[in-house]
Design a protein around this ligand. Structure first.
Ligand code: S3P
Length: 169
């Protein structure tokens, strides 16, 4: 099924369900799924949390820029799940049609257990994470071609995205 030749790029705060929705969309649409964090971790050879500790956030953002440049040039017809900070520091529209998964902060906290928080250096302090969430919301919305309520089951989120793209054909 070829709804759009463009990549579908999922953005949103940490824990908003980007990876799960991406996998679901990939299965439904028969498209390959890329996760920017997973791919960056592979070239780093260490986890993102370790990289943040050793090299700092700025160095991580440079790796994100490299991912975008590569995806823009070499990837099409895929589902791309992005790290939560990517649209804050970079232009994600270069990679394709951007969908913002908009979740409220309390639902996000409910979704993230200790292990998931440990993997996310910018979520370790709850008060800071909430502040970051508030600062970023507007930027996510501004950089999206479609905004979807992410406080619903993954199947419904995926269906909303597919239906939207289908009517745009
Ligand atoms: C970050 C989100 C993380 C990861 C890194 C920084 C952010 O990805 O890229 O820890 O700045 O919001 P997830 O959104 O998949 O947690």
């Amino acid at each position: 099924m070829a709804i759009t030749p463009k990549n579908i790029v999922l953005i949103g705060f940490m824990g908003s369900g980007k990876s799960s929705v991406a996998k679901h969309l990939g299965r439904n649409l028969g498209r390959f799924v890329l996760d920017s964090d997973e791919m960056i971790e592979k070239i780093l050879g260490v986890s993102i949390a370790e990289f943040f500790e050793k090299e700092g956030e700025e160095a991580f953002r440079k790796k994100e820029a490299r991912f975008i440049a590569w995806a823009k040039k070499s990837v099409q017809d895929a589902i791309i799940s992005t790290g939560g900070g990517m649209p804050i520091f970079h232009n994600v529209r270069q990679m394709g049609f951007v969908v913002y998964l908009n979740s409220d902060f309390d639902s996000i906290v409910g979704r993230l257990d200790g292990a998931k928080i440990a993997k996310r250096p910018l979520f370790r302090d709850l008060a800071n994470a909430r502040e970051l969430f508030e600062c970023r919301r507007e930027i996510y919305a501004k950089n999206a071609d479609l905004e979807v309520d992410a406080n619903q089951p993954i199947e419904s989120i995926a269906l909303e995205i597919v239906n939207h793209l289908d009517t745009k054909r």
